[in-house]
Ligand binder design. Structure first.
Ligand SMILES: [Mg+2]
Length: 419
């Protein structure tokens, strides 16, 4: 066992698990500082049907948690602030935070909008060890996105995941190499990633309460009791997890859509909405370093009849004006006069990695303007800069800092297929 292969497999990895604290609720507080310190519950407005999708730590003290019916949350927390939420805004901040992660390593595996694994083994020379990178990430997520992220640092995904969750919120938990099993041993078996409520129950019935007790059982015993899964359980209990961080697939499409508060007949109103959507799509294309080869328009008329139409672009682009031009062309060809429209959407499709495009694609020419727009938006928020035409007859879709949109008002939902 002294060949190259064994030394490679024993090379110590440095894995981070980064998890934003109470993400949706924290975004609501970020955009409306008057909510700070209050029990904020995201999922539905008070009195509406739905389930809790996020609760601030203040709300959790009342026993409110995710997946709980809103009605139950209202009963537990009568003083709660109940919000339907802003999916578009969560997606936007998630993109921004993931971009911060990707500035430390290309090996970022998003688990959800607010959670990702990072393999920073190869980043030590540039940024320091895992703990140093975790500290930089925490500080940048705070200063650039205004959010708090908990980070676990370990030699594998399993321990990093358990670590990030251990002392939330605002946690930084490092599991030193070689101490994986000792770190897990005192924890309840239910904490072990991969042990769901059912397996946890079965283990407790078997007399196993702590991870350490599980680790002490022989593989044979576990296999006899839990079948094939038993061996895997024992390995996990000993802190062993060779699974790699698998970077996310690039998105196959990036789209935004907008549902009007009142159905719209005026085509100019639709066109200005389309321009706004095109700018949002373009910003996200640039964030993903992608360019679109075609756009797809989605129209939903009153009565929910929905249609989609596609239009190729003259060349691949991530410029909002060009996406808009193709979208408006489609709209003019498609729209039936005097029919009221309930929803309009614009999706960039036929995506390619922008790095691989040549200057013939015209990317370079548009890049400077677009890049400066992105920079200003990143600092001051989405509405800080708009091209002149956006200002005419433009529906209020997003909000400026310090203002809130009408709670019952129009909302946009991000739509990212195959990601
Ligand atoms: Mg989270």
């Amino acid at each position: 066992m002294s060949d190259v292969r064994s030394s490679r497999t024993t090379r110590m990895r440095s894995i981070l698990h980064a998890d934003l604290d109470a993400f949706y609720a924290s975004v609501e507080v970020l955009d409306d500082p008057s909510l700070r310190g209050k029990p904020v519950i995201v999922g539905a407005a008070r009195g509406e049907r739905g389930v809790v999708s996020a609760a601030s730590y203040e709300a959790r003290q009342f026993g409110v948690h995710s997946a709980m019916p809103i009605r139950t949350a209202e009963r537990l927390c009568p003083s709660g602030v109940f919000l339907p939420g802003h999916p578009d805004r969560y997606r936007e901040l998630s993109d921004q935070v993931m971009a911060i992660f990707r500035s430390y390593t290309p090996l970022v595996e998003p688990i959800s909008l607010d959670e990702a694994f990072l393999d920073v083994t190869g980043s030590a020379a540039a940024f320091g060890n895992g703990e140093a990178i975790a500290r930089q990430i925490k500080s940048r997520v705070q200063s650039e996105a205004g959010l708090v992220v908990s980070v676990g640092v370990a030699s594998n995904k399993l321990c990093a995941k358990v670590a990030s969750d251990l002392r939330k919120p605002n946690a930084l938990v490092v599991v030193p190499p070689g101490e994986e099993a000792d770190f897990l041993a005192p924890l309840p078996v239910g904490r072990l990633w991969g042990v769901g409520p059912k397996a946890g129950q079965a283990l407790r019935e078997f007399g196993v309460q702590r991870v350490g007790e599980l680790a002490a059982l022989s593989d044979a015993t576990l296999r006899r009791r839990f079948g094939q899964h038993g061996g895997e359980l024992a390995r996990r209990a000993r802190g062993i997890d060779p699974s790699p961080v698998i970077p996310s697939q690039a998105p196959k499409s990036i789209g935004h859509e907008h549902t009007f508060e009142h159905d719209v007949v005026d085509p100019r109103h639709l066109e200005s909405t389309l321009l706004d959507l095109a700018e949002s799509v373009a910003t996200r294309l640039r964030r993903h370093d992608m360019a679109a080869g075609a756009v797809q328009l989605k129209l939903r008329y009153e009565g929910f009849e929905t249609l989609t139409r596609q239009e190729p672009l003259p060349h691949r682009t991530r410029d909002g004006e060009l996406l808009y031009a193709a979208g408006v062309e489609l709209l003019r060809r498609t729209l039936v006069a005097e029919r009221a429209v309930r929803l309009v959407g614009l999706t960039a499709i036929n995506l390619a990695d922008a790095q691989q495009l040549t200057l013939f694609d015209g990317l370079d020419r548009e890049e400077r303007l677009s890049a400066s727009i992105d920079a200003v938006r990143e600092r001051f928020g989405e509405n800080a800069i708009t091209r002149a035409r956006l200002l005419t007859d433009r529906p209020r879709r997003r909000f400026d800092f310090g203002e809130r949109p009408n709670k019952a008002g129009p909302r946009s939902a991000p739509q990212e297929l195959d990601e």
